[in-house]
Unconditional design. Sequence first.
Length: 435
Amino acid sequence: MTRKIDSVAVLGGGTMGAGIAGACAEAGCRVLLLDVTNEAAEKALDRIVNGRPPAVDTPEAAARIETGSFDELAKIAEFDWICEAVIEDLATKRALFEKLEPLRKDGSVVSTNTSGIPLRSITEGMPDRLRRDVTVTHFFNPVKVMKLMELVPDADTTQDAVDALAEFCGKRLGKGVVHAKDTVNFIGNRIGCYWMLAGLHKARAGLEQGLSMEMVDALMGAPVGLPSTGLYGLIDLIGLDIMDFVGKNLDRNLPADDAGRGYLNFPPAEQEMMTRGQLGRKTGGGFYKLTKHEDGSRTKETFDLLTGAWRPAMEVTPSHGDARSLLFAEDVEGRLAWACMGGALVYAADLVPQISDDIVNVDRAMRWGFAWKKGPFELLDEIGPSAVITRLEQEAHQVPHMLAILRDAGADSFYRDDGKEFLGTDGKYHPVPAE
Ligand SMILES: NC(=O)c1ccc[n+]([C@@H]2O[C@H](COP(=O)([O-])OP(=O)(O)OC[C@H]3O[C@@H](n4cnc5c(N)ncnc54)[C@H](O)[C@@H]3O)[C@@H](O)[C@H]2O)c1
């Protein structure tokens, strides 16, 4: 029988811990929120209640959250789920796990909200009981808004523990639970960061062939079903420093032959931007800069990567409105889209079953975590997998694993029967599990 979660102890009240604590309280759970000091935990509660937006909507929900410091860690004995959300540092997380394990009750589940540290590194040498009851619960920021939660078991985690967290996060918190594996950056960030880091390099060729940065972003937006921030706009939102941190973590953990290895460092112009602290929106401007004037008007400028100077931003309209005509267009716009978006689709198609048992979890991760209208395999279906295979063969590019499975199975789409069935790694169709 699946264990039931009704109470949650969140360790660490930073951006993510506060968001998770708020979501659990909002769902009616009793919540314990501990941080390095009482003051830090109280500040976290203040952000949960008064943040913009707040993590809870009602005073009743806020009243379910008890705060304290790690000196009171023994209190976790009363809680069903212990969710660790402290800084992304292996030694810190391991030290906390060692302390919490003897204090928690039998039947409780434990998770870490790490975004990039392998779970096996956190649990290495830890007691068997912990290894059976532990997962990654990778929420996205802001927790209240983002649907995706990637659930990753350790090698010895019981199905019972996985089911308990999937049930709780799916039904009580209303999250879209995606089942991922203990591989670097899991699913969403593995593909999303490849799209961004490789995109910076590939887009440079488009800029040199006359495309504006605004056009790169427009092409990487609506026509391919991605948010209007496109490539440069999204990196402005995230920050070049975070992207650099991600690149360094990928460097440590990506398989030696991974296609992403070629793009872990920024191109020279972006590297210079980072060196001088031009990181994105949080530093007042990155690739774009928005200035508010005294009369209330706003102007937008673009940091032209080719000239290294600011200029007024331009309005642009792509010549191709949909993914299929854009990716196969034989002009500079088409070449850019094929390189950036086609490249990311090919990358994703090579990662099943490495990062996910099936294509469904990959598609859901990109829809729920990166707001893609269609996941990579759904988009490949729209473009036409056979046409993609033909082009890859013409370009003497190796056909990625899942496209080869589709070709060898004589299939012409990853989904059939109106999306009710998906193509498995065995070359057969299977029912799509309920969301
Ligand atoms: N921010 C995001 O977008 C995001 C998304 C997904 C996952 N994550 C992951 O979630 C975890 C928390 O990230 P965050 O963004 O909330 O960080 P944060 O910096 O906002 O919060 C970190 C928390 O750790 C505590 N802390 C600091 N030093 C500590 C120490 N030595 N020992 C114990 N606790 C300490 C802080 O008091 C704070 O509560 C990290 O593992 C991060 O990688 C972050």
